[in-house]
Design a protein around this ligand. Structure first.
Ligand code: FAD
Length: 406
């Protein structure tokens, strides 16, 4: 899959990333994880101390897929309002999902500090503003729901927004304790942790054949060079997992981001909050440890790489313009800019795919705008299933979940 094009900031932040050898023998293991992005790393992290014999294969290098283009805003709120999710799934269902998101963010924070790599994990508040007057009521309802669920949120009026920011908006939801981090560093951190505990990791090892039987799977690497026999397989190939198994609940758009050169003065940007909005498609902004600004969004409804790529320069300039509308006093210059596919699900929740033709195999489709948080939840659930035989939360995310349940 032609996932993305452009220049990527995160890989430049680690000068000599850890490398792992290609597979050069046939193997047998308990669990094979296909994919060396952040989702594969999260699975390896949760399985590292399980006593299971775990192998990871990555066709390119660690973190070279969507992980290298991830803006890495770490939030529980996503594109689909929780009030809408409650309408689709029911209150207790979404209440549990919310708690799992919160837990996942805490566990991402813990995991980001388990080694000597600086994952730049920083707690940040978020401002989610109403792009139009019509959206104010929706935000008010979302605020009521989150407050009832025990989340630390404020509802800001136009004058309260103006006291803190140089722009005018009718209302906003202000969330405390979201976060941002460096996803490339995070992925390396987790794989290092797992490797030190005996997880075997292979780069430049592409899976391109498989045979699934009831008691085992045999996976073949490119050109039938080697095989791996595994009792369980986790497909953590990001959006490319769909090349192994199509899942009709998923879809793609194309998205764009710009990372600026470092900026000196953030005085007008209240607490360097993460900022996003109710418009669809939306734009969003965050800062980085070395004082850059990442601006993203302006999604296009296309899954054609040529069409996606042809708009990159125009989108880069538009993203800069959108930022300047909010902060006319902050001068920015683009340094890195990219376009990428971005996967979502039709009902707004991520998916653990399990299919009859792939026995003992879990497809981790952590799709959605909070993909990093979702993959943390799904990785933990899959690890629980493999270690303990079951997870009480598995049903929430199976592709067969009922919509309109109560
Ligand atoms: C522009 C952009 C911005 C985003 N912003 C955010 C954000 O702010 N917050 C957030 O939470 N999420 C965000 N996301 C989503 C986030 O990037 C993803 O959820 C996350 O990176 C997915 O990681 P992954 O490991 O599943 O996929 P990937 O990083 O793509 O990793 C999958 C790996 O599998 C490997 N692979 C594929 N096929 C094979 C094969 N046959 N054999 C061996 N290896 C294979 C690939 O080479 C790749 O390295 C964003 C995504 C994009 C594109």
């Amino acid at each position: 899959m032609n996932l993305q094009t452009g220049s990527y900031y995160w890989p430049t932040t680690i000068k000599n990333p850890y490398t792992y050898p290609p597979l050069q023998e046939n193997l047998e293991c308990d669990v094979l994880i296909i994919g060396g992005g952040s989702s594969g790393a999260q699975c390896a992290y949760y399985l590292a101390d399980s006593g299971l014999d775990v192998v990871v294969v990555e066709k390119n290098s660690i973190g070279s897929g969507s992980t290298s283009t991830n803006t890495a805003i770490i939030q529980y709120s996503g594109e689909r309002l929780f009030t809408n999710l409650v309408n689709s799934f029911g209150k207790s269902y979404i209440s549990r999902h919310l708690q799992l998101c919160k837990q996942a963010i805490n566990e991402i924070e813990q995991a980001s500090s388990i080694g000597d790599i600086d994952c730049e994990f920083t707690r940040r508040d978020s401002l989610y503003f109403a792009s139009t007057k019509e959206d104010v009521q929706k935000l008010q309802e979302e605020y009521d729901l989150l407050l009832k669920e025990g989340f630390p949120v404020d509802f800001l009026t136009a004058s309260q927004i103006q006291e803190r920011y140089p722009f005018k908006k009718d209302a906003a939801l202000y969330s405390y304790d979201d976060a941002e981090m460096n996803p490339f560093a995070f992925t390396h951190q987790l794989f290092q942790y797992a490797a030190k505990r005996g997880v075997k990791i292979y780069e430049n090892t592409e899976v391109n054949g498989h045979k699934f039987e009831q008691s085992k799977a045999t996976i073949y690497t490119k050109n039938n060079k080697h095989s791996i026999q595994a009792r369980h397989v986790i497909v953590a190939c990001g959006y490319e997992g769909l090349e192994i198994k199509k899942e009709k609940k998923t879809s793609f758009v194309s998205t764009y981001t710009v990372t600026t050169k470092p900026v000196e003065d953030f005085t007008s940007w209240h607490k360097k909050t993460i900022i996003w909005e109710t418009a669809r498609p939306y734009t969003y902004i965050r800062t980085t440890k070395d004082n850059r600004i990442i601006i993203g969004g302006l999604d296009e409804n296309t899954s054609q790489p040529d069409e996606r790529d042809s708009k990159l320069i125009n989108k880069r300039d538009k993203l800069i313009e959108e930022f300047n509308k909010l902060f006319p006093d902050i001068y920015i210059e683009p340094e890195f800019y990219l376009t990428a596919f971005y996967g979502g699900t039709n009902d707004g929740l991520p998916i653990i795919g399990t299919y009859d033709e792939y026995p003992n195999c879990h497809f981790l489709f952590g799709f959605g705008d909070n993909g990093t948080v979702y993959s943390m939840i799904l990785s933990k659930i899959i690890a629980e299933v493999l270690i303990n035989g079951a997870s009480p939360d598995m049903e929430l995310y199976l592709q067969t979940r009922p919509v309109k349940a109560q």
